[in-house]
Design a protein around this ligand. Structure first.
Ligand SMILES: *Cc1c(COP(=O)(O)O)cnc(C)c1O
Length: 486
């Protein structure tokens, strides 16, 4: 029997390992630091195994003969991407932790084409002059809004802008995300002055976006009115004074107030804002460009609804219901948007060419009316029957004596700050695996390649194919079969 000390002596030093021909080549291709780290880690592990008496002399010899391969595996692991694709089987379409909206094919192509080389991001090819990056998307937002909003809105109801005035009524600029859009708007319109908000709308959105905190950072002074459940137009009216700069309405996004409730209609706010010549801003959060009423979801206002009703500035996200890249949009009265553009914060919050490319492609799909090209919209529009058929087909292929699968009715969630009641009827695959608890099975699914993210409810693992791309069905089958075989 060799003592542990004898066994430790058999282990080479890191330097000796690195001089070995196999590793010397790896140092050239993968870099000294990664190979050194991996060699150290492998040696540490061997020492730990010797200390725990898990390796005898012959086993150490075997380990040493495979040490270059072990180090190489480790180097490969450490040099793969940390950010990687997963299969979203949760049925939550705009899942913030899973990257919200998947991009349309044309967006990926446009990112590649315009970002792999140079582009006219801020260059007017016709005149050779410097241009503005906003133009690439503003022109498309105008196509989506102008024809429908007309010349009266935003602003005071019934007030016609002069027909000679050629300037478009609605302008849109973008910043990094909607939180940035709200910050920029409040800072531009209300720094040093008061902003009136209903107590029922002082929300916190996931990732610590809190209206009172953003307000404080913007330099605006929060003037709360009403109560948590009831706020009337008279409450806003009474709070207006010479320091008031803005009326703010905030979409509640992730919660509902039911029962004894009251909230002024947007028309009432528009008419008050108008009468007192104070701008009205609405943080829509999700900001749908697509009317959810067509898929049976009511009560989720579109950006167009708000602009048409006369809201002066609307802010919303690019990667929620819009289905595009992360971005924050500010759409509204051109004079107010011009002030946002000239705020130095705008420069600090500006968006890069990848985002412009992705958003331009997404908006083009809207302009063409090609809603199915946008993955989040396509997923919302999938029928329960289509999902049921796919689920049944997969269930047939994977069921075994270890794994029982039932296809049953359930609900998918739109997520991403759409009203929490925004749910869609779906079909779910409920999995139970012999010898594994639901939590264990769900952990195995997450540990697979690619990781599969599922829901666990009432002791069962639930998979909702609404958020699984049909092209991923095969990979899903393989993952589940592999787990069942183990
Ligand atoms: C989601 C949301 C935000 C934050 O938007 P991001 O694009 O995630 O920064 C702000 N306000 C409301 C009402 C929201 O729903």
């Amino acid at each position: 029997m060799s003592s542990n000390a004898d066994l430790y002596r058999k282990l080479p030093s890191v330097d000796e390992l690195l001089r070995h021909a196999d590793l010397a080549a790896m140092v050239v291709s993968e870099g000294q630091a990664s190979v050194t780290d991996a060699a150290r880690a492998v040696l540490t592990q061997l020492r730990a195994e010797i200390a725990a008496a898990r390796l005898d002399a012959p086993a150490v010899e075997v380990a040493l003969s495979g040490i270059s391969a072990a180090i190489e595996r480790r180097v490969r692991q450490s040099l793969t991407y940390s950010l990687r694709p997963v299969i979203n089987a949760t049925g939550v379409i705009l899942h913030t932790n899973l990257g919200r909206a998947p991009l349309t094919e044309s967006a990926l192509e446009h990112i590649r084409n315009s970002a792999a080389g140079y582009s006219n991001l801020e260059f007017d090819v016709e005149t050779g002059d410097r241009g503005k990056r906003d133009v690439h998307v503003d022109r498309l937002f105008r196509k989506l809004f102008d024809a429908h909003v007309g010349t009266a809105a935003p602003g005071c109801p019934g007030e016609q802008s002069s027909p000679i005035q050629a300037a478009p009524v609605i302008t849109t600029v973008l910043v990094n995300n909607n939180a940035a859009a709200v910050l920029l708007a409040l800072n531009t319109l209300a720094e040093g002055g008061e902003v009136i908000v209903s107590r029922g709308e002082l929300v916190e959105i996931g990732g610590s976006f809190r209206i009172p905190d953003v307000m404080a950072k913007s330099g605006g002074i929060l003037r709360e009115v009403g109560t948590t459940n009831r706020t009337r137009i008279g409450d806003y009216e009474k709070a207006i004074n010479e320091r008031t700069r803005l009326l703010l309405r905030v979409h509640r996004s992730n919660f509902q107030i039911t029962g004894f409730t009251e909230q002024p209609q947007i028309e009432e706010l528009v008419s008050l804002a108008c009468k007192r010549s104070i701008p009205l801003m609405e943080d829509l959060g999700s900001g749908a460009l697509f009317d959810l009423r067509s898929i049976g979801i009511n009560g989720e206002p579109t950006v167009l609804d708000s602009l048409r009703q006369g809201v002066d500035v609307v802010t919303y996200s690019g990667d929620k219901l819009l289905g595009g890249p992360q971005a924050g949009m500010l759409s509204g009265r051109s004079d107010l948007i011009a002030r946002m553009r000239s705020n130095s914060l705008f420069r600090a919050l500006r968006v890069d060419k990848l985002t412009y490319a992705a958003l331009e492609a997404t908006l083009l799909a809207y302009v063409k009316g090609d809603h199915d090209a946008i993955p989040a919209l396509r997923m919302m529009r999938l029928s329960r029957e289509e999902i049921g058929t796919r689920s049944q087909a997969i269930a047939e292929r994977i069921k075994s004596s270890w794994l029982s699968i039932e296809v049953l009715d359930g609900e998918s969630v739109i997520g991403g700050g759409a009203a929490p009641s925004a749910i869609l009827p779906t079909r779910l695959m409920a999995l139970t695996c012999e010898g594994l608890s639901a939590d264990e099975l769900s952990a195995r699914l997450r540990a697979s390649d690619p990781p599969v993210i599922a829901r666990v409810e009432e002791g069962r693992v639930l998979l909702d194919l609404r958020t699984v791309f049909p092209a991923q069905d095969e990979a899903l089958v393989q993952v589940i079969r592999t787990i069942a075989q183990e």
